[in-house]
Design a protein around this ligand. Sequence first.
Ligand code: UD1
Length: 380
Amino acid sequence: MKILSVVGARPNFMKIAPFNRVIEEYNKTAKEKIKHVLVHTGQHYDSSLSQSFFSALNIPDADVNLHIGSGSHAEQVGNTMITFEKLIKVLKPDWVVVVGDVNATLACSVTAKKEHIKVCHIEAGLRSGDMRMPEEINRLVTDRLSDLLLTPDKMSSENLRKEGVDESKIKFVGNIMIDTLEANKDVAAALSFEDILRDNAMNRIYKKPVDSYALMTMHRPSNVDHKEVLIPLIDFLLNEVAKDQPLIWPMHPRAEKQLKEFQLWDTVFKHPNIILLKPLGYHPMLKLNMGAKIMLTDSGGLQEECTILGTPCLTLRWNTERPITLRKYGGASVLVGNEIEKIRAAYHEMLTLEVKPQRPELWDGHTAERCLQAILEASK
Ligand code: UD1
């Protein structure tokens, strides 16, 4: 059997690492080995967003890189489809495996399906209900086309049933990101906090002792692309959060670009209690999350990691495709959108909370094994 797996952007890499590893394990004893081809569309190309994750998570170099790079959504998706179509016509895999919800996920599932190749979606069934999010469109189209839909939680399976997906295609396997977290948490814990701040410093090497800190990340277009949203948010971060404690902020390229565009960059850069870092590798980010008093983020993956680690998390969004990470469903996060009153109230409440790790069903570090098993069964 030939499986072609696709990755394109940062959040895909931690999902493909455990899947690649279980195929390697399977091949050690299997009579009929699986030929695994790893394709990187090249949507993320900076080493800090891409290659550093391959090295840190022991993912072999991609067999093929499509070098799509940056561009508008139509450019990224269109260019990926054109190049990927040529590739699969030659390689003729039995399955194309896509993960998550980035532009590569959409482009490659559509292209594979038109070539009559079976598509398996890992992390299927997530729904934010927000059609203004490009990721929601990617999720909907990918799931509509997939032959095998592997879900991280039962709510996601239920979403698919409501949309009329045939029961035989849905399999609840758990959260594959947590396989990576479990496999890497000891390595992360052993890192030095001071080394992380020094090696990744962007605005200054912070010299004062840090015994409590807030951690934040932000990259969603809904937060960073609009001046009227970004200005009050930055004001709150600078004048309230960073007043209480140091605020550590690994910077996403999109956020940096927008802060510069709206003339906010210098103020953020010069603030004495804001520690700007370059985009972090997997282990340093995990280490910082393990020690944070509070997380402020618009990243879906971090919401999930906060659930397992127990870090109180303010999700800077109005909705989430991952409700299982919310406190009301047993997780560690609350939705606060980008309205300052709401953020402020939740921030002060969450600051009083203890770290309380949670473990949703099947977020047990063995999801990749169940994913491969499901593909093998669906191939019979
Ligand atoms: C993408 C994903 C999003 C994911 C995020 C994680 C889609 C629709 N969005 O959003 O789901 O949460 O990645 O990072 O697929 N850039 C660089 N270097 C790179 C890559 C991009 O500087 O290696 C710049 C681009 O020029 C662009 C910006 O970063 O200006 C955004 O990149 P893009 O891939 O368009 O989307 P993300 O916002 O990263």
